[in-house]
Write a protein that binds this ligand. Structure first.
Ligand SMILES: Cc1ncc(COP(=O)(O)O)c(C=O)c1O
Length: 428
C-alpha cells in the first residue's frame, strides 16, 4: 500500500479514538536498533521507543533469532498446558525481584490486564475491596483500569468502578498543597492517612502506584514519599502494588525496578511494555502467599504464550549480558546534564525530571506562572518530526515532552538527539 492509501484506510477502518501524534499521521515502515524509518524512507532517531517499550532496540538481532527458533518449535498451547519458555521466564523473574521476595508470576498480554490481575488478587488476599490510587496516574484502559487512572482525558465512557479513591501524588513542580520540598515535610505522603480515614471504610485491599508516573509526565516523587505512604497503607490492611509498566527492566538506571530506588518492598509488581520489547506480555508477580490466595479457575488464552515468553526472557538476558541497567544510569545522567543545559537556554523548559533513560521536560509559557505550554508543544512535536527525532508527549495538561529511548543507546546518540532537539526548540 502507498502512504495515502494507508492513511485513508486508517480513517475508514480504524476506530477514530486511536490517537496519533502530529497533524498528519506518521506512517512507519521499518525499524532497526535506535532508528525508525517512515514509508517515504526518512529516518528518525527513536527517543520514545514505542511508548517506553523498545527496551533493547528495534528488531534486536539476538532476541529475534531466539524468537524465530521458538516460532518454528511451538507457537501456542494456552495456559492449560505447561511449557518451558513460560517457566524459564518465571524462574528468571523470581531471581530479580526486590530481595527475591516476589516469586510467583501470572502472565497476560498487557499492562491493563496485569493491573486487573493484581487488584483481583489483592482483594482475594485481604478480603477487602477498596483501592487507593494516585492522582495523575495511568493504569490502563479496561473499566477497572480507567477507574484507577486519574486523568480525565483517559477515562472514557463515564465508567467509574466503586471503591477506588485517589490520594494526592508527589508533584513537587505543582505541589497540590502549594508547598516546597523539603520544608513541606512531604505533606502529600502524610495525607494518605487522612485519605484512607475520610474516603474509605478504613479497610483497604491495596494501594497501586507507579514509582515514577509515566503518562502523568514522568512525575518523580521525593525519596521519602513511598516509605511514608506504604507504611500508612499497611496499617490499614492494604497491599502495595508497584505498577512498573514503564519503570521496570533497568530503565530508571542501576536497578531492575523503579521501586527499588525508594527503599520499599512491594507485595506485587505489575509490568508489560519493555519486558517484551514489543511482544504483548503482561506480568503480575507476587509474594507466594499473595499469589496463592487467588483461588478458583482463571485463564488467559494467550498469557504465557511460548513465543512471547521466549521474547521476554531473551530481552532480560540481553539486558543482563550487556549491563543495560548501568548503561541507563550512565547515559541517562549524561542526557540529563544536556537537558539542564538546554533549560538554561530555553525558559520554555520549566522542569527537567525523571531517572535514567526515563526523562521529561515540562514546558511552560512562563517559568513563574508555570502556565502549560500546550500550543508550543504541539508546534515542537511537528518540528521534532521534521528534524528526524521521535519523542513522546504527556502530562495532565499535555505539556510534557517524554524521552525514553532504547536502553542500549550510547552517548553519541544522545549528542545527535540533543542537537536536533535544540534545533527544533529554536524553530518554534
Ligand atoms: C503505568 C502504566 N500502567 C498500565 C498501562 C497499561 O498498559 P497497556 O497499554 O499495555 O494495557 C500503562 C500504559 O501506558 C502504563 O503506563
Amino acid at each position: 500500500m502507498k502512504k495515502d492509501e494507508i492513511i485513508l484506510a486508517q480513517k475508514e477502518f480504524i476506530f477514530p479514538a486511536v490517537f496519533h501524534y502530529y497533524k498528519e499521521p506518521l506512517v512507519i515502515d521499518h525499524a532497526k536498533n535506535q532508528f525508525v524509518c517512515d514509508i517515504d524512507g526518512k529516518q528518525y532517531l527513536d527517543f520514545f521507543g514505542g511508548i517506553v517499550t523498545v527496551s533493547v532496540g528495534h528488531c534486536n538481532e539476538e532476541v529475534n533469532a531466539k524468537v524465530r527458533r521458538q516460532m518454528d518449535k511451538l507457537q501456542h498451547v494456552s495456559t492449560c498446558f505447561a511449557n518451558e519458555p513460560q517457566v524459564a521466564l518465571a524462574k528468571k523473574l523470581a531471581s530479580i525481584t526486590p530481595q527475591k521476595k516476589l516469586t510467583k508470576s501470572f502472565f497476560t498480554n498487557s499492562g491493563t490486564e496485569a493491573n486487573e490481575t493484581a487488584i483481583l488478587t489483592a482483594r482475594c488476599f485481604t478480603g477487602n475491596s477498596e483501592v487507593i490510587a494516585l492522582r495523575h496516574s495511568y493504569h490502563g484502559r479496561s473499566a477497572l483500569a480507567m477507574s484507577l487512572t486519574a486523568h480525565s482525558s483517559w477515562k472514557l465512557g463515564g465508567v467509574t468502578n466503586p471503591g477506588i479513591v485517589h490520594a494526592v501524588n508527589a508533584y513537587c513542580y505543582r505541589c497540590p498543597f502549594g508547598l516546597t520540598y523539603p520544608s513541606c515535610d512531604v505533606k502529600c505522603a502524610q495525607d494518605m492517612e487522612e485519605t484512607i480515614r475520610t474516603t474509605t471504610s478504613g479497610k483497604i485491599a491495596a494501594f497501586i502506584a507507579e514509582p515514577i508516573q509515566g503518562v502523568g509526565g514522568f512525575i518523580t516523587p521525593p525519596k521519602e514519599y513511598f516509605k511514608i505512604t506504604t507504611d500508612i497503607v499497611r496499617k490499614y490492611g492494604g497491599l502495595f502494588i508497584s505498577d512498573e509498566v514503564q519503570t521496570a527492566w533497568g530503565r530508571t538506571g542501576g536497578k531492575w525496578f523503579g521501586i527499588e530506588h525508594w527503599g520499599v518492598e512491594p507485595d506485587m509488581i505489575t509490568s508489560a511494555k519493555g519486558l517484551g520489547n514489543g511482544a504483548p506480555v503482561g506480568l503480575t508477580i507476587a509474594r507466594p502467599e499473595v499469589a496463592d490466595s487467588l483461588k478458583g479457575l482463571t485463564i488467559s488464552t494467550f498469557g504465557g504464550n511460548p513465543v512471547t515468553m521466549t521474547q521476554a526472557k531473551a530481552v532480560l538476558d540481553f539486558i543482563d549480558e550487556n549491563d543495560l541497567k548501568t548503561n541507563s544510569a550512565v547515559v541517562g545522567e549524561y542526557m540529563r546534564d544536556k537537558f539542564l543545559e538546554l533549560q538554561k537556554k530555553y525558559p520554555l523548559i520549566g522542569e527537567v525530571r525523571g531517572m535514567g533513560l526515563l526523562q521529561a521536560l515540562e514546558l511552560v509559557r512562563d517559568p513563574k506562572t508555570k502556565e502549560p505550554a500546550t500550543k508550543e508543544i504541539a508546534a515542537l512535536m511537528e518540528r521534532t518530526r521534521e528534524n528526524g527525532i521521535l519523542v513522546g508527549k504527556g502530562g495532565l495538561y499535555g505539556n510534557v515532552l517524554r524521552i525514553s529511548p532504547p536502553m542500549n543507546i550510547s552517548k553519541s546518540d544522545v549528542d545527535e538527539f540533543i542537537q536536533r532537539l535544540d534545533k527544533s526548540l529554536s524553530e518554534i
